[in-house]
Design a protein around this ligand. Structure first.
Ligand code: DAH
Length: 327
């Protein structure tokens, strides 16, 4: 008898139920009114002595409880699932996925790119790792030229000919070497200088470089292009061209805009020096051109009315989230 009970106990334990049909099979098999295994055991009790009947009665009762318990557990588990299904309301709006926002510098980059593409510029990318010739020498900045000091450079220790570009003007050289004029080109990207981090400077920032080469390009064309770009970016703004010096343009100028009761320098520009054209085998007797380079962070400070460029590199989600509506 003992062995038989142990066996039944094991069978109850191992009975696998997945569906309500399985549950019904289980119930009939063990607790069915006529042929249930446990029910039959109760019936058999009548055949044994009173003394044993008491002992086995208890044991069989426990067996019955185990079977009933298994049924209860199955029912409550499935009730939770049923409730979940019932609670699901397909008419409610779906759970939305939070969409990120574009970085303010990217928004500005796209805006400048679109404005210049509108007037015939082609967008190109250039490498951030440059060689000395493209970054300096071909732009009329030979070794030991004092203007190299203005762009404190990250050189590669093992090969000082390789460096992180200090400006996007190197793209001028790369493009002019490969293409025949006329062309209008724009490039925007990161540049690197060994500068301490402050509210106005960082070791990495962004520049937009534009240049146009054709027959008879004049300073007037340069002024018109810059004027169009700046007045499209800022609603109402005063602009001034200030004479300046860059080794790769002649004449050269800096463009300032009036903001917060003072003039703020935002870009360098000028007519491309004929020697630079000759360096890339473009006949400077036939062709002339202009170029300009502007600092994206500077423009971003004014447009978004910020005081410190570090805000653009902190990646503070509370700041970045505010640009959701822009594209
Ligand atoms: N490359 C210059 C700089 O980083 C900016 C610049 C000045 C770019 C004059 C030009 C230019 O194309 O014509 O400081």
């Amino acid at each position: 008898m003992n062995q038989k009970i142990e066996q039944i106990k094991e069978e109850i334990k191992c009975f696998h139920m997945k569906t309500y049909n399985d549950l019904e099979t289980f119930r009939i098999k063990f607790l069915g009114k006529k042929k249930g295994i446990v029910t039959i055991l109760f019936k058999e009790l009548k055949k044994i002595s009173i003394h044993k009947r008491r002992i086995y009665g208890k044991i069989i009762n426990e067996l019955k409880k185990e079977a009933q318990n298994k049924i209860k557990v199955f029912q409550s588990k499935n009730k939770i699932q049923n409730d979940k299904i019932l609670k699901f309301d397909p008419t409610l709006p779906g759970k939305s996925i939070e969409i990120g926002s574009r970085h303010p510098l990217s928004i500005l980059k796209n805006r400048i790119r679109d404005l210049l593409i509108n007037i015939g510029f082609t967008y190109v990318d250039g490498p951030e790792i440059e060689d000395d010739w493209h970054n300096f020498t071909a732009l009329n900045i030979p070794i030991f030229h004092p203007s190299r000091d203005m762009q404190d450079t990250f050189f590669l220790c093992k090969n000082p000919d390789i460096l992180l570009r200090t400006h996007t003007s190197s793209v001028q050289i790369r493009y002019m070497k490969k293409h025949n004029p006329p062309f209008r080109v724009l490039s925007i990207g990161k540049v690197y200088r060994n500068e301490s981090i402050s509210s106005r400077s960082n070791f990495m920032f962004h520049q937009a470089e534009g240049f146009y080469i054709d027959k008879k390009v004049s300073f007037y064309d340069l002024k018109q292009t810059i004027h169009y770009l700046i007045t499209s970016l800022f609603e109402k703004v005063k602009i001034r061209f200030r004479p300046s010096y860059f080794p790769f343009t002649e004449p050269s100028a800096e463009v300032d805009i009036y903001c917060n009761n003072g003039w703020l320098e935002i870009m360098g520009c000028g007519m491309i020096d004929p020697q630079v054209l000759e360096n890339v085998n473009i006949d400077s007797e036939i062709y002339s051109g202009f170029a300009f380079g502007l600092g994206i962070e500077r423009i971003a400070l004014i447009i978004y009315q910020m005081k410190d460029i570090r805000i653009y590199f902190d990646n503070d989600i509370r700041f970045l989230k505010q640009f959701k509506s822009e594209f």
